[in-house]
Design a binder for this molecule. Sequence first.
Ligand code: NAD
Length: 453
Amino acid sequence: MADRYLRFTGTAPGRFLTRRLGLPQPAALVRWSPERPALDGGLRHLTAGTSALDLAPVLARTGLGPAGAERAAAVVLDATGVRDVEGLAGVHAALHPAVRSVVASGRVVVLGAPLDPADHHQAAAQQALEGFTRSLGKEIGRGRTVNLVRLTDAAAAQSTLRFLLSPKSAYVSGQVIEVGPLGGAPAAPDRNRPLDPDRPVDPDRPVDPDRPLAGRTALVTGGARGIGEAVAATLARDGAHVVVLDVPQAEQDARRVADRIGGTALPLDITAADAGARIAEALPDGLDVLIHNAGITRDRRLVNMPAERWAAVLEVNLASVLRTTDALLKAGTLRRGGSVVATASIAGLAGNAGQTNYGASKAGIVGLVRSLAPRALDEHGVTVNAVAPGFIETKMTAAIPLFIREAGRRMNSLAQGGLPADVAETTAWLAHPASGAVNGQVVRVCGQSLLGA
Ligand code: NAD
C-alpha cells in the first residue's frame, strides 16, 4: 500500500533525480492530526470587485491570523462582486502577486457568486472563475490546493471555509462547492438545536468545535474496514456514537472497529429487503448521520459481463442506498437536522473501462443526491450530499496491477493517492451540524484527478 515513489521524491537525491528526469514531484501533504490541527501560517484576504459579503468575522473563526507579506498558509479571494469580463482583471491583479507567497500544502480559496440567469455578463464572469480555479489547481504544485465556493451568505459558509482552510481538506482540490443561504434552508437553524427536545431551538448556540457531533448518532455502512473504518473513526472523534454496519461475515472486524471507537457493531447485509426496518429497529432513539459507504466492484468489460455481476454491483452500490434512505426517512428514524452522505466515485463521473456496472451505480448516486436533496431538506430537515473519491490507498486499490496503480496514483494535480482519512474528513464536514446550507453537493476527494475533470 505504501507509496514508495512519494517517499523517494521526499529525499534530496530523489528530488534531484526526478526533477532531472521531468517526473512528477508529489509533495508530502500536511494532514490533520491532534498535534497539527491547523495550517501553519496566516491568512490573506483579498477582494476583486466590490463585495457585499461580511467575511471578516467568518475568516476570524478559522483560527488563522493575518499573513505576513512574504508567507501565507492560505489566500481567500472574494470575487463575488465580479460581474463582467473587465472585473476578471481584478482576479488576476489580486492573485498574480499573491500565489508565490502561499506555502507548501497551503490553500487558495476563491469565493464566487451564483450565476445570474438574468445577466449573461455576470454569468460568464462567474463561470470563468471555475476554469480559473481548476487551471490554477493544476499548475500550483507543492501540495497546494485551489477550490471555488459559490455563496451568497458568508455565515452560511462558515463550516465549509473552516474545512477548506484546514489540513482536513488536504486531498480536495479543483472543486466547486455551492453553499445555499442559511435562511433559505429551513432546517439549518434546527441543526444547532439543543439536544433536549423540550428546550427551544437556539440558532446561535455554538457547537463544540472539537466535538461537533456530541450527542448524535451516526451509522456507517461498510464500516468494518477501508474508507468506512476511517469515516467511523473520524465521526467518533467528532463526538458521535457510531454504529458500524457491515456484512455478517465481517462481524469480527466491525466489532473491532466499534470497540476501538466506543461505538456499536451492526452485522447486516445492506441489500437485505428489510435492512431499513432492521436499522430503524436497532436505533429506536433515531439517527442523525447516515453514511452510505458500503460498495463493491465486479469488473468486466460489458461484452464479458454476466447479469449476476451487473446486478450485484447495482444492488449494493445503488439500490440498497435508495431503499434504506427511503425507509429511514419514511420511518422518521433520520432526525431533523441530520445528514445523509452517500459515496459516489470519479468512475461514476468520468467512466472507466471494465466498470460499466460500477460507473452506472456511482453515477446513480449523483442523480439520487441531486434529486432528493432539496426535498429531503424541505420535508425532513435533512441534507443529502455525496463524496466522490478518486484513487484512495486501500486494500481495494492495492490489488490493482502495479503499472495501472502507478498511473492511477499520479494522474492528479497532487501526483499521489489519497488516504481513507481524506474521504473521512470530507464526510465529517458534510455531516457537521453547521453544514446545513451545504446540500445536493457532490464533492470529489481526488487530488483533482485528470479523470472526468
Ligand atoms: P472496501 O472493499 O475496503 O470496503 C467496503 C466495505 O463494505 C467492506 O467492509 C465490505 O464488507 C462492506 N460491504 C460490501 N457489501 C456490503 C453489503 N452488502 N452490506 C454491508 N456491507 C457491505 O472498499 P473501500 O475502498 O473502503 O471503498 C469504500 C467506498 O468507497 C465504496 O463505496 C467504494 O466504491 C468507494 N470508492 C473507493 C475508492 C478507492 O479508491 N478505494 C474510489 C472511489 C470510490
